[in-house]
Design a binder for this molecule. Sequence first.
Ligand code: SF4
Length: 345
Amino acid sequence: MSDPLLVVEDLETRFRTDRGTVRAVDGVSFSVDRGETVCVVGESGSGKTVTGESLTRLVPSPPGEVVGGTIRFDGRDLRRLSESELESVRGNRIAHVFQNPQDALDPVYSVGWQIREAVTLHRDVSTSEARARAVDLLDRVGIPDASVRVDDYPHEFSGGMKQRVVIAMALAAEPDLLVADEPTTALDVTIQMQILRLLRDVQAEFDTALLLITHDLGVVAEVADRVVVMYAGKVMEEADVYELFDSPSHPYTRALLDCLPGRGEGARAIGGRLPDPTDPPDGCRFHARCPHAVEACRTGDQPPMVPAGDADHTVSCVYYQPGYDESVVTNGRGPENDGSEVVDG
Ligand code: SF4
């Protein structure tokens, strides 16, 4: 088997604020294989967006800074690259798609001009070849009459069509990795599904790996091969998507699944709120909200990632360590935590 395309190890990204140093990403590790779709999922404040932005130094600096870890992409550590070396990777081999397509498009230029710019930035082609490529990309992302619409301006497109244009721009250089951060959140539900299908189709067609950042487990179920669950700057669980939905092992993952509207009357919001990112608690970051927390959860470091079932399914929870009974978590027995630590939020 070939090496993963992207290997992130012990990534640490911090923000210096008036309130103190925010440890937004605190020792995060995961990998993405070529052509694979990995979803990073978690609540707002989990660190998932900063993780995606840290890959190509998109974190605003100051106040943000990647202070630790390695980001190995196709064998090279991106953290060691100069700004100019990284520029040849950003947009070219790793492209980003963000939540709001409006922000990614310049209102004073036609979409064709903007896609041509993206093409010529990364490829040595003539203007007419770049235009033909722009039309082809618009066509491939499902813009009807692409040869005509190529001369239209962003305001002449709907929200869903704008996001298609942004995806076409991101694909201009045929990147190896597409990082899409909540790419459907600003769109209405029917358009969301079209964009997700589009991402899946272009990924298959271009053999692009996809790192999709989302708070929405419905989106995860639709597109993911593998899932990384983050909470308060840490990875809590990682598993194949079927395994994660069939056998969620971390209490936080189980709580996220319990929030899904499909649970009907069984749906439950997660009580409490995320810990203060400038002063995270000792032990497991989830302990104040966890119904199974015991004394060992409140001391030391975040529990290490250990196998839960098969080797590709790992979880950061004391109940999967020797001497503990994991069925307490998986059968929902307990609670050992009497709820006194849960802070209403
Ligand atoms: S049982 Fe302890 S270690 Fe496991 S998720 Fe709950 S608080 Fe964290």
